[in-house]
Design a protein around this ligand. Structure first.
Ligand SMILES: [Mg+2]
Length: 459
């Protein structure tokens, strides 16, 4: 997996060393020599990972640079690894609290560095994919700008279900005490009614079971595939730490467990999970719901405008002509009043199904509301659109509609107005308005007919 990694360090020798190591693994390396510069490069270049030196004289240090990267919405999803000669508990916790994902001490162990980099990058690939899809959704106008607060925000508290997989009762009690302040914590087999877990703490130092197997299993089965895993490893047992990361653990903590470090790592992991969950949910809901009319499954009014606007704009600049037809079911109110809304809904559904199966794949069939529908026909002249409308009209009246609870099938007809951008200035609104005028004319002339109205010429 290729990726871009930003190395921030005040010493050229350190930058060169890391650059050589990372380039050898085919990563693209960017460098910065001061904290402020690192923040700027991160913002401008959006690297996939940042390796951040802690001690940088003259200006902000690595903690502050990390904190700034994690404070900007456009960069806070980029993982940051603090690199330092300080191997004390206080700086480790300080780095994690600044939002860093990991803390490596110099001289850097190559195997551990690469395992960490790979693990953080593979997670970022997933996040990037979700973010890209969300950006598309926003561009299409189907994802609301009024978003829920960003779960990656360091100031937001997260709370969730934590499951501990360990055989050391003393250690389990300490983990429960530390994490129990913010989360619901339970051992394996307890808390079955607690709901799905948000974090698993798995000991790979356990004697009575194989922690690696637990991690591998969690990563491979559906319900726990996205579950963050924090592996407990003996201090100095680098081989097992690397193995745990390779198998899919998201983070490592060494024994004896430091409570504050545990709490901070758990927070970071859970924030990230919430963030990914939120992105997934938002996408699923918004993409499915926001563009679709719930009753008929056709596109909705909002989606209509996101499609029609650029098509009309292009037509105005000499691009392909676009036509629209507006459709209105004749005497629909009478049908609703006589047979009730359930029958009315069934008629709308059948009507929509007949439209959907009779337009071309490039056309957009939308329900505007009530019994009004619009079909957008890209790259289609008014004449051709009128022929298509006539075909639709015949398809509606050709056979009666059946609905549950209806003794006799119902004869349904439709009036259709057509307009196109062939000549004259148009906006999506003016185009739809002309089609509506044509539709009104069709109603006035006795319904069950098509009236076309190009720009300047009368129909
Ligand atoms: Mg330094």
């Amino acid at each position: 997996m290729s990726a871009r990694i930003l190395v921030v360090d005040d010493l050229e020798a350190n930058r060169r060393l890391l650059q050589a190591k990372l380039s050898a693994e085919y990563y693209e390396v960017l460098t910065a020599q001061r904290g402020e510069e690192g923040v700027q490069v991160a913002k401008r270049e959006r690297p996939d990972l940042v390796l951040m030196d802690v001690m940088m004289p003259g200006g902000i240090d690595g903690f502050e640079a990390c904190r700034r990267i994690k404070a900007m919405p456009e960069t806070r999803h980029i993982p940051v690894v603090m690199v330092t000669t300080l191997d004390d508990r206080e700086s480790r916790v300080r780095g994690l609290k600044a939002g860093a994902e990991e803390f490596l001490t110099k001289p850097i162990d190559d195997v551990q560095l690469m395992a960490r980099v790979k693990s953080l990058l593979s997670l970022k690939v997933v996040i990037d994919e979700l973010r890209a899809r969300e950006a598309n959704g926003r561009r299409l106008g189907v994802i609301d700008e009024a978003l829920a607060p960003d779960p990656l925000d360091q100031h937001r508290l997260v709370s969730g279900n934590v499951i501990i997989v360990d055989d050391n009762q003393h250690q389990i009690n300490r983990i429960k005490a530390a994490l129990g302040v913010e989360h619901r914590v339970h051992g394996l087999g307890e808390g079955d009614d607690a709901g799905p877990p948000d974090l698993a703490v798995v000991s790979v130092a356990a004697k009575s079971f194989d922690g690696f197997r637990v991690i591998a299993r969690m990563r491979s089965v559906g319900p726990t595939r996205h579950l963050p895993i924090l592996a407990i490893v003996e201090a100095e047992d680098r081989a097992r730490a690397v193995r745990a990361l390779e198998l899919g653990a998201h983070d490592i903590i060494t024994r004896p467990i430091d409570e504050e470090e545990l709490v901070t790592r758990a927070r970071t992991l859970m924030r990230r999970k919430r963030y990914m969950d939120a992105l997934r949910t938002r996408l699923d809901q918004s993409l499915e719901l926001a563009i679709t009319d719930q009753l008929t499954g056709l596109y909705n009014r909002r989606f209509l405008f996101t499609q029609l606007t650029p098509l009309v704009q292009r037509a105005q600049c000499g691009g392909d002509v676009v036509s629209v037809m507006t459709l209105d079911i004749d005497h629909f109110k009478r049908c609703n009043d006589t047979y009730g809304h359930d029958v009315g809904d069934a008629v709308l559904q059948e009507f929509a199904a007949r439209i959907a199966t009779n337009v071309r794949p490039m056309d957009f069939a939308c329900r505007m509301g009530g019994e009004e529908f619009v079909v957008i026909l890209p790259r289609t002249s008014g004449d051709i659109a009128c022929l298509a409308a006539e075909r639709l009209r015949r398809c509606i009246c050709a056979s009666p509609f059946r609905a549950p609870g209806l003794a006799m099938p119902l004869d349904v007809t439709v009036s259709i107005g057509v307009a196109s951008t062939e000549s004259g200035e148009d906006t999506p609104e003016s185009l739809l308005k002309r089609a509506d005028e044509a539709l009104y004319e069709a109603k006035r002339q006795g319904r069950n007919r098509v009236i076309g109205r190009a720009a300047s010429q009368a129909a």
